[in-house]
Ligand binder design. Structure first.
Ligand code: PLP
Length: 346
């Protein structure tokens, strides 16, 4: 495969996950894996190393293409979606290849300034929404509800990433098979952050269909903690997929731990954003619990003596740089020598 995209469909193919080789998977070094000496191997699945740089490129392309193939985009002039940034970004760029130029997005008021600039840079129209902290199902104050309402206008379409089965199905047909192939069918534990839960459901369905003994750890934000792209247990109420049946264990992770863990990975060359840190930290918490209770041994493979874990890294750290300095203690950053003579200071 020369990895060249040309001809009239070059851009459409470039954005199509099925036209690319497997996204890389990389094993964590022992410095990031406290269970290395226990025979636990942990692999980061780099979902951000695709043309659009984030996990949502996979479901967004699938949702847009399937809407197009069903004829649902005829007469549609704008997409409207609720998104922390990545979905709508990926969706807008895919939609332009299928004839829809405009995309509007409800974004949470906590969104980082950098992400807002990013949306504007890509020509996406942000609508800031103050999200309720503990929304009921179908709560009209949520961006999810508002996007669904707007999408009923004749010129608009709401792809509905929280209820659209083409979201989890994208991971079932593309991501899960890659993980299975890349681990040579030896994956034992899958740890995954929960946003729309599409990554969870698609991968869990595929991987468990191959080996029902595989266990899935769903990682959420701890209550009142912020990590972009993933939700607290309360905020998961707005997600319509029956995601709980796909999870064997639920773990909560705090903001600072998620940011710190992702910075540690990034400093070693695994460019991983805050929700990647959350997924790894949640997986490590679970492994610690298994070790303490003696249950870890049940996962050990008789032939190799090893236990294989995989967690997806949904994107990289660069879009969140300002947030790292907000949530991580200053002692973790090198000092700037001669800071006083800087011309451009924030
Ligand atoms: C950065 C980031 N991490 C994690 C997720 C969660 O993935 P999913 O929606 O498949 O649960 C998202 C989803 O938007 C995301 O943008």
């Amino acid at each position: 495969m020369t990895n060249t995209f040309k001809g009239p469909d070059a851009l459409k193919d470039f954005l199509n996950p099925e036209k690319h080789p497997n996204l890389p998977m990389v094993e964590l070094p022992a410095s990031l894996n406290p269970f290395a000496a226990d025979g636990v191997r942990i692999f980061a699945k780099m979902m951000g190393l695709s043309p659009l740089g984030n996990v949502k490129a996979v479901p967004a392309f699938n949702m847009v293409r399937e809407m197009y193939l069903r004829g649902e985009l005829e007469g549609v002039e704008r997409l409207v979606e609720n998104s922390s940034g990545n979905t709508v970004f990926s969706m807008a760029l895919a939609a332009r290849q299928f004839g829809v130029e405009r995309t509007q997005s409800y974004v949470p008021s906590e969104i980082s300034w950098n992400k807002l600039l990013m949306l504007q840079f890509f020509g996406i129209e942000p609508i800031v929404n103050v999200e309720p902290q503990a929304p009921a199902e179908n709560d009209p104050a949520t961006g999810v509800f508002k996007a669904r309402q707007d999408g009923q206008q004749p010129d608009a379409m709401n792809p509905g990433q929280y209820e659209n089965s083409d979201n989890p199905e994208a991971h079932e047909k593309w991501t899960g098979p890659q993980i299975w192939e890349q681990t040579e069918g030896k994956i034992d534990i899958f740890g995954v952050g929960l946003g729309t839960t599409g990554t969870l459901i698609g991968n869990a369905r595929f991987l468990k269909s191959k080996n029902s003994a595989i266990k899935v750890v769903g990682v959420m934000r701890a209550p009142d903690n912020y990590v972009p792209g993933v939700r607290t247990e309360n905020l998961l109420n707005v997600v319509d997929f029956g995601w709980r049946e796909h999870v064997d264990t639920l773990v909560g992770v705090e903001t600072e731990t998620a940011y710190l863990t992702s910075m540690e990975m990034s400093r070693l060359g695994i460019l991983a954003g805050p929700s990647s840190g959350l997924a790894l930290a949640g997986l490590l918490k679970h492994l610690e619990n298994l070790k303490e209770s003696g249950e870890l041994e049940a996962f050990r493979r008789a032939d190799s003596g090893e236990i294989t874990c995989v967690f997806p890294c949904p994107d990289g750290p660069m879009a969140y740089l300002d947030e790292y300095f907000k949530y991580i203690d200053a002692s973790h950053f090198p000092a700037i020598t001669n800071e006083d003579v800087l011309v451009n200071k924030p």
